[in-house]
Design a protein around this ligand. Structure first.
Ligand SMILES: [Cu+2]
Length: 203
């Protein structure tokens, strides 16, 4: 073979090797990219009571990814809207909904007793757990997730609450991996939940 032919074969082989390397790296990157990256500094331990009166901590929700939302049952708009949307997403998932925790934490423990939460949540998907607790324990949970909430007085000693409206997404280790925004469009909400479930299934 002439040297030029040899060189062409050599270059061809090198190119083929490069293409193969690029392909393998892309596959690895894609696989890595599929994993949700935990964000440090948001989330932490909590000690609350569910709508059946059972004490729960963050450890009760490990092993499955979690959608965590803070609100209150007297909320006129944000909470019912979000819980209704979550109910629809859970219905869409069918039996796969069992692979996800959905947790509603009250920022209004004064009115949101376990009984009140049970009554309120009976209007939504039964997968949704409702947590409350002492003022201190609720405040600690809110602090851990950097949730903002404040009482706004209304007429006749009544009050409403301003509060953080995002849904926190936690992986199956309980690590914070991202947010779903208030009234997140259906398509992106579905994609986010899909990623959360796929990430959990990936081990
Ligand atoms: Cu609300």
């Amino acid at each position: 073979m002439k040297p030029r032919a040899l060189r062409t074969i050599g270059i061809g082989a090198a190119l083929a090797a490069l293409v193969l390397l690029a392909f393998v790296t892309t596959l690895l990157l894609l696989r890595n990219g599929d994993r949700l990256s935990p964000v440090a500094g948001i989330g932490g331990p909590f000690s609350l009571v569910d709508q059946h009166g059972k004490p729960v901590t963050e450890r009760d929700y490990l092993g499955k990814p979690t959608l965590l939302f803070f609100g209150f049952t007297h909320c006129p708009d944000v909470c019912p809207t979000t819980l209704f949307e979550l109910t629809t997403r859970l219905k869409d998932l069918g039996p796969e909904a069992d692979r996800l925790n959905v947790v509603f934490v009250s920022v209004d423990p004064q009115r949101d007793t376990p009984e009140q939460l049970a009554l309120y949540l009976s209007s939504f998907d039964p997968h949704i757990a409702g947590l409350s607790g002492s003022e201190d324990n609720v405040a600690a949970a809110m602090k851990a997730y950097r949730v903002f909430a404040r009482k706004v007085p209304l007429k006749d000693w009544d009050y409403t609450m301003d509060h953080t409206a995002s849904v926190y997404m936690l992986n199956k280790k309980g690590e914070f991996v991202g947010l779903m925004n208030y009234q997140e469009p259906e398509a992106t909400a579905r994609t986010k939940i899909r990623r959360l479930l796929d990430d959990a299934a990936a081990g």
